[in-house]
Design a protein around this ligand. Structure first.
Ligand SMILES: Nc1ncnc2c1ncn2[C@@H]1O[C@H](COP(=O)(O)OP(=O)(O)OP(=O)(O)O)[C@@H](O)[C@H]1O
Ligand SMILES: [Mg+2]
Length: 314
């Protein structure tokens, strides 16, 4: 339904989004996860036809974001990063204005406003001035304007940013409900957040796609072990060396990769959160085993993951 191919955006010489390719199925809630400056907003601006890509292409419902941008715009709802609210208008007045701007037919304006108000839980505040509402309710108004044209695709840029924990839970429920009938793409820099709302998560960092997976699989990958390679001087039974390392806390598995008369090479798998190299080195020294080499394998994906796992507010 949504197909993104090699989407790239330069701001001057700065490559904000680099060769991004992914697909989104109808009905999916897709999370865009990445730290500040990852390129989330830039990608969303391109998909919503706010800004053309420097290269690459994307189609939404079969319409090209550049060639058929009016067709795309008609079918999507967008909550930008900075919610475009008119603080002096009443909620209903504002929604009417947006409905007219989005070309909702005159005869449907009333029902569209009612539907948006209801689906976003705004019944109590529909007659109030937007500027007097809490941040959480203002965010609901922002989402209500995005769904006013009953779009098939909803693109929400950091919909819970700046909200208190209670409001965050409310907005998550709202997104889940809206996602029942529509496809949703939302961005966040909090992994637990996208895990709770999204079916699938795309992780981007510095404009580059790092991983695409379900939240469950991502969690599994996060838990996965680190690999350390160890080479020692042979001293009697290689199995004994393996046993000594295996007995350390945090070591999951030790495997002898190569053993000859002079050296023994082992692969050690350990829990990723713990730096094991110094512990392994000291236990070997303590047992009079000559350490020749020890190094951790590059785990850039995990490094990025760990950086990305921003703690959720309590
Ligand atoms: N209008 C612009 N002009 C120049 N550079 C920009 C512009 N907008 C964004 N950038 C740069 O592009 C990169 C990606 O920014 P973008 O806003 O897409 O990231 P983001 O993932 O949405 O970050 P955040 O979590 O802070 O919202 C950053 O390096 C940013 O400084
Ligand atoms: Mg952003």
């Amino acid at each position: 339904m949504i197909k993104v191919e090699n989407l790239t955006k330069y701001y001057g010489y700065n490559k904000a989004v680099s060769n991004l390719s992914f697909e989104v199925e109808k009905g999916e809630i897709l999370g865009f996860l990445g730290p500040n400056g990852a390129g989330k907003t830039t990608t969303m601006k391109m998909l919503t036809c706010f800004m053309p890509p420097s290269s690459g292409r994307a189609s939404i419902f079969g319409f090209d974001i550049q060639k058929d941008s009016m067709e795309v715009r008609r079918r999507i709802g967008y909550l930008p990063e900075k919610t475009p609210l008119y603080h002096d208008l009443k909620v209903k007045e504002y929604l009417e204005l947006v409905a007219r701007l989005k070309g909702v037919a005159n005869t449907s304006i009333r029902s569209s406003i009612e539907r948006s108000v209801e689906s976003c839980g705004l019944e109590q505040v529909a007659g109030k001035i937007i500027g007097t509402l809490s941040k959480g309710y203002q965010q609901r108004v922002g989402i209500a304007q995005a769904v006013i044209n009953d779009p098939e695709l909803l693109i929400l840029d950091e919909p819970t940013l700046g909200l208190d924990p209670r409001q965050i839970i409310d907005i998550r429920h709202l997104i889940n409900n809206l996602g029942r009938e529509r496809t949703v793409i939302l961005s966040s820099h909090i992994l637990p957040e996208v895990s709770q709302v999204c079916h699938r998560v795309i992780i981007i960092n510095k404009g580059i796609l790092v991983a695409v997976d379900s939240p469950e699989n991502l969690r599994e990958r996060l838990k996965k072990s680190s690999i350390i390679r160890v080479k020692v001087r042979a001293s009697g039974d290689p199995g004994r060396i393996s046993e000594i390392i295996s007995s350390l806390e945090g070591v999951l598995m030790t495997k002898i990769q190569h053993a000859d008369e002079e050296t023994v090479s082992l692969i050690v798998e350990s829990v990723p959160v713990k730096e094991m190299r110094d512990t392994i080195a000291s236990v070997l020294v303590k047992n009079n085993i000559g350490l020749l080499e020890i190094y951790g394998e590059e785990l850039s994906l995990e490094d990025i993951f760990i950086k990305l796992v921003t703690k959720e507010p309590a």
